[in-house]
Design a protein around this ligand. Structure first.
Ligand code: PGA
Length: 255
């Protein structure tokens, strides 16, 4: 295992929070705090906030992401947003398959795969989320499930395209609950994801893929989580809405 082969990336996932004017204000507050980051810094924001976020982040080291993307290029899909639309708006990253989309909006491993392909084909960097529920963990399915979700999401993704893929291991029971996976559980889950990538693309390739942990990561627990060999960064919900907390996580990943 060699962390030096991969870039640490800290990505905020704002979920359904912040209006465009609030977006501008929060990014202005964050910019000086994040300026010395020695890791990738991404803020994934609601579609309506993208324009304000791209403008506010201009000239800084903050990259802007979206929280979802549709899998078709265009057409009769009322309310949806295509990869080309995001790209033209200045979006560089997109989150695909977040557990909230899987739980509340009928997202399946198949649609996660289609969205991933659409995003990659448009040249967007894609943060694919995988993770088990508490029930699945207690039944002992975590390893199989994480490997299955990872491989399904990456179906037909080429080795070249994989360079634009980040996988975020997010145990569903740890998201927004304040219950963080222990550093060892995070490392183990991320390890299963990396093993699945190794099975599909070979061990050398798997060593280069950034695998984040997500689920109640905050300024207090980030050091320990990020010290683990398989944890190459984080996908941060609640703590990404607070400039100081988020900057502390970025600082920890920059060490
Ligand atoms: P949380 O969310 O940090 O608020 O738990 C993480 C996520 O859902 O990506």
């Amino acid at each position: 295992m060699n962390k030096a082969k991969r870039q640490a990336v800290i990505a905020g996932n704002w979920k359904m929070n912040k209006t465009p004017s609030e977006t501008k204000a929060l990014i202005e507050e964050m910019k000086p705090l994040l300026a010395n980051a020695d890791c990738g810094v991404v803020l994934c924001v609601p579609f309506i906030d993208v324009a304000a976020a791209v403008e506010a982040a201009q000239g800084s080291n903050i990259k802007i992401g979206a929280e979802n993307v549709h899998f078709k290029e265009s057409g009769a899909y009322t309310g949806e947003i295509s990869a080309a639309m995001l790209k033209e708006a200045g979006v560089e990253y997109v989150v695909v398959g977040h557990s909230e989309r899987r739980t509340y909006f009928g997202e399946t491993d198949q649609t996660v795969n289609l969205r991933t392909l659409a995003a990659l084909n448009a040249g967007l960097k894609t943060i694919i989320c995988v993770g088990e529920t508490l029930e699945q963990r207690e039944l002992g399915y975590t390893e199989n499930l994480l490997k299955f979700q990872t491989k399904m999401a990456l179906t037909n993704v080429t080795e070249e395209q994989l360079k634009n893929v980040i996988i975020a291991y997010e145990p569903v029971w740890a998201i927004g609950t304040g219950v963080t996976a222990t550093a060892d559980q995070a490392d183990e889950g991320n390890g299963y994801v990396r093993a699945a990538i190794a099975e599909a693309y070979g061990a050398d390739v798997a060593e280069t893929v950034t695998v984040q942990y997500g689920g109640s990561m905050n300024a207090g627990n980030c050091d320990e989580l990020l010290s683990k060999v398989n944890v190459d960064g984080g996908l941060i919900g609640g703590a990404s809405l607070k400039a100081v907390d988020f900057s502390k996580i970025v600082e920890a990943a920059s060490k």
